[in-house]
Design a protein around this ligand. Structure first.
Ligand code: HEC
Length: 168
């Protein structure tokens, strides 16, 4: 609420009228700030430029791969390595918020639940990275993956199949 009161003072007098909304607890007061969000990047851009690179980094840093020399552990091995994946997880947390912004959110229902789920999976990964807990980190990666697929299945069935193939 205090944010709504401050914003108009930062903007032109055009928005002055919204000052009167400060005393009113009506949710409409929030919609008055919609124009302040820059949602120029569309969902596809947000996915491919922000969310996917960060998530790939997480998935590439958990578990094991089998190569010529046997099983190779993918988890970070240094404090810096864990700090790096923790930062990628933070991007995922915030991507959940970006998806929920007015102008991006496709509805006020399941879309918001998936967006929130994305942030929650990101928090799990951040906590696991902070604790350098491999098992918890691996689980967070699995949770993250299931949120991606669930939302794609509901909102972009086409992407869902493409995405599943490319993730293999
Ligand atoms: C809240 C819903 C939602 C969540 C959660 C979500 N996506 Fe998406 N994603 C979409 C929608 C909708 C599209 C289709 C966008 C379009 O083509 O307009 C999409 C498209 C994509 C694309 C294709 C982008 C392109 O260039 O066409 C990729 C890659 C992608 N998502 C990756 C991910 C990954 C990785 C995650 C999880 C870490 C994820 N998405 C989570 C809704 C979601």
């Amino acid at each position: 609420m205090p944010v709504n009161c401050i914003r108009p003072t930062l903007l032109s007098a055009l928005l002055f009228a919204t000052l009167s909304a400060c005393s009113a607890p009506e949710p409409e007061a929030v919609s008055g700030t919609e124009a302040n969000y820059n949602v120029e990047l569309d969902i596809a851009q947000l996915m491919s430029l922000v969310l996917e690179p960060a998530s790939d980094m997480l998935w590439d840093s958990g578990g094991w791969v089998l190569d010529a020399s046997g099983y190779e552990e993918l988890y970070p091995t240094t404090d810096d390595g864990w700090a790096f994946v923790r930062a990628q997880a933070a991007i995922v947390v915030e991507a959940g918020n970006m998806l929920a912004l007015p102008g991006r959110a496709e509805d006020d229902d399941a879309w918001m639940i998936y967006s929130e789920g994305l942030s929650e999976a990101g928090i799990m990964a951040m906590e696991a990275a902070e604790a350098q807990d491999k098992e918890a980190f691996f689980q967070a990666g699995g949770q993250l993956y299931s949120v991606c697929t669930a939302c794609h299945q509901s909102y972009s069935p086409d992407i869902a199949s493409r995405f599943d193939n490319s993730a293999d």
